[in-house]
Structure formats: C-alpha cells, structure tokens
Design a binder for this molecule. Structure first.
Ligand code: MG
Length: 387
C-alpha cells in the first residue's frame, strides 16, 4: 500500500532527494513546507497536489497563495503555519529536512501529532535532544534517523541488544581539508571549502563537514538517538564514504552498513521501515571501489569534535549554544565576512562566554540561550572584522 508523507524543508538538498524518493516509490504527499523558494514550491504543489503547503517566510507565503489561487491547496504562513500544517497532517510519516534551529518546533509538532518522524534535521537533537527523545518516548513515536551515519547505526543495531553495545563507530569523510594542519587551514578559501569530495549537500552542511562541526553534531545526535555515553562514540575518518557507520559489540564483532553515498536510500529506509523496497540508488560495487581507508581524526587542527564532546558532557543549553554560534559564524563565512579558521574562534569564544547556560534544561531556557549565543557570536564576528 502506498505511504503518505509530509516533507518539511522540501526545496532544500535533502528535501529534494525526499521528493525524488516520493516520485520513485509512489508516496502520496499530504503536505510540504519550504523557507522562501516560491517557484520550486509551486511546481511541487502542481505535481503532487498536496492538501496543504507552508512557507516560513510570510511574504513568500503571500506570493505562493496568489500563484496557487486556481487550486484548492491550503497555503500556510510563517513558523506557526508550519507547526499547524504538521499538527493536522494525515501523513503517517513527517520527513523533517528543515535546515538549522528552525527545525526544532516542527519536530516537536510531529511528535505531538503522533507521527513517525523521519529526521534529517540534526539540530532538533543537538539543541534539545533530551526534550525531543523523552517526548517521543511519552507519545510512543518512532524517530527514524535520515542522517546517513545514524541510519547506518540504526540498521546495525538490529544485530544485537542495547546492553551488548561496546562502542559506536561514527565515520566521517574528513571533508576537503583532510590532512591539513591548522596553518594550512588559515589559507583556505570559500570555493575550496564548498568542494566536498564524496557528498552533494547544501552549503551550510558542506562548510560544517569541512570544519568537522557536522561530525560534532552527529556525535551529539548519536548520544541522544541511541542512548550511549559520549565517550562510547568513536569518530573514524573514512575517505570513501562507503561504510556509513558501524556498531562494535562486546564480543568485538563490528556490524556496519555499506552503500554508495546517496541520501535517497536513507529517506526511503526511514519511511518504509521496517520494510525494505527496491531503490533508485545505484548498487554498491565493492570490487570497483577496491579499498576502504580509515584514519584517526586530527582533533588539534579540527577542534570542533572535542568541543562537541564537551558540549554534550556539560549538557543543558551548551550544545544549543554551540549550534547557534556555528549557524552565525558559517553564515558570516559564506558571506565572506570572516575566514575559515575564524569560524573556530567565533564559536569557541561564544561557547566559553556562555558556559553558565549548562544549567538551562527547559525549552524556554534553551531558546533564550540560543538567542543570546547568536548575539554574542555576531559581536565576536565584528571583532574579527573583515578578511
Ligand atoms: Mg551525516
């Protein structure tokens, strides 16, 4: 029977891949949301005829409403509009591929509505992992990760029990600057940063992959999703992005998931789980690949792995602060206001200035800390000045 999905952040990189899966798998789309890309949203609305659509940007919502006035599709506006759209969806699964902190409230709305959450928005767990996971447990809602590493871990965990886990092996491509020293990193440009060796992704996550902040977020995501201590998550650089992550069990068996790097497979698995269905992703040709290489991460040239470990160990709003400072610093880097290694300084300085927020654990406290971190990070960036 055909599945019904709601896709949030539909015009982004993962969102468009989710749309592609909906096309090939014949999922029915109940609702779609996007930030402000009216043209793409109109064409998706005409192709899939969802019950409702929402635009986070109110003026984009007004434009889209005009464009769709010959249809009976409801158009919602703003962040509250997205939350309402999720609250009343008829879909079995909500695919959340919104970028950044904006994805948190929609994740909670999907859980409150009792929908399966196919989660590509890692910030939901980075910012408020305890709240999201405990609310999902209370409501009996499944969170199936769409992030390729966590999808691999989720699948690998089918081979044993929670008490039998020795460690989680979280793989990382290492990004375009693998092997660089801190000194070499001082000289890298925006164009160098945006050329990722193995994955095609949005700009924000491509920069986060280059700084390894993305892997820091994923470490925090794994701690929440799989209830493991941060020290049990071991990051291993794996250049080919074929082994998407693995679980080491107490008998020293390692069970991992291997496939070509293709997010469509992860989206499809999350929606179809516990079934598997044929997919449009290419088959894995191990002989063609020949060899798989693994290395230890260089945590002194790439300090965000250790910062993320500290953030989750301190707890409270510290992961949210780290995320907020990173969102601001990466935006400044993408606008060529600061250099690559300035991202490290802006985020680390903001984090150190706000460590008192490790005591904030409720949603209001975390959101207040997020806003304060954005303001402090902006100050740090103006101090760094132009490049
Ligand atoms: Mg990932």
């Amino acid at each position: 029977m055909s599945k019904t999905v709601t896709i949030l952040g539909a015009t982004g990189s993962v969102g468009m891949q989710a749309i592609d899966v909906a096309r090939t798998r014949g999922y029915k789309i109940d609702a779609l949301s996007a930030n402000r890309d009216v043209r793409t949203m109109e064409s998706l609305a005409r192709e899939f005829r969802p019950r409702a659509v929402a635009m986070a940007d109110p003026s984009a919502a007004r434009d889209l409403k005009l464009q769709l006035c010959d249809t009976d599709i409801c158009v919602y506006s703003g962040e509250e509009g997205i939350a309402s759209l999720v609250g009343e969806t008829n879909a079995e699964t909500v695919v959340n591929s919104i970028l950044g902190e904006a994805g948190l409230i929609p994740s909670l709305a999907a859980i409150d509505a009792g929908k399966r959450l196919a989660l590509a928005n890692k910030e939901s767990l980075v910012i408020a992992g305890d709240i999201v996971m405990s609310r999902a447990r209370e409501r009996g809602v499944e969170i199936i990760p769409v992030d390729s590493e966590h999808s691999a871990i989720f699948q690998s965990l089918k081979a044993g029990r929670q008490s039998e886990i020795k460690s989680i092996i979280l793989t990382a491509s290492g990004g375009p600057f693998f092997g660089y020293t801190r000194e070499m990193l001082n000289g890298v440009t925006l164009a160098d940063t945006l050329s990722h060796p193995t994955w095609k992704m949005g700009k924000k996550i491509t920069v986060d992959s280059a700084t390894l902040m993305n892997k820091g977020f994923e470490l925090i995501e794994a701690v929440h999703l799989f209830s493991v201590a941060p020290e049990r998550v071991r990051v291993t650089i794996h250049r080919e992005s074929i082994l998407h992550s693995a679980v080491e069990y107490i008998d020293n068996s390692v069970v991992g998931e291997l496939s070509v790097p293709d997010m469509r497979m992860c989206v499809q698995y999350a929606v179809d789980y516990p079934e598997r269905q044929p997919s449009a992703s290419p088959a894995l040709d191990l002989i063609g690949i020949g060899s798989l290489r693994f290395y230890a991460p260089d945590t002194s040239a790439f300090p965000f792995l250790d910062l993320a470990r500290r953030a989750i160990t301190l707890g409270g709003a510290m992961p949210a602060i780290m995320n907020a400072a990173d969102e601001v610093a990466v935006a400044a880097f993408l606008n060529e206001k600061i250099g690559f290694t300035d991202i490290y300084d802006a985020v680390t300085n903001t984090f150190e200035l706000l460590t008192a927020h490790r005591a904030s654990t409720d949603l209001d406290g975390i959101i207040a800390a997020d806003r304060e971190a954005r303001a402090i990070a902006n100050e740090q960036i103006s101090k760094i000045g132009g490049i």
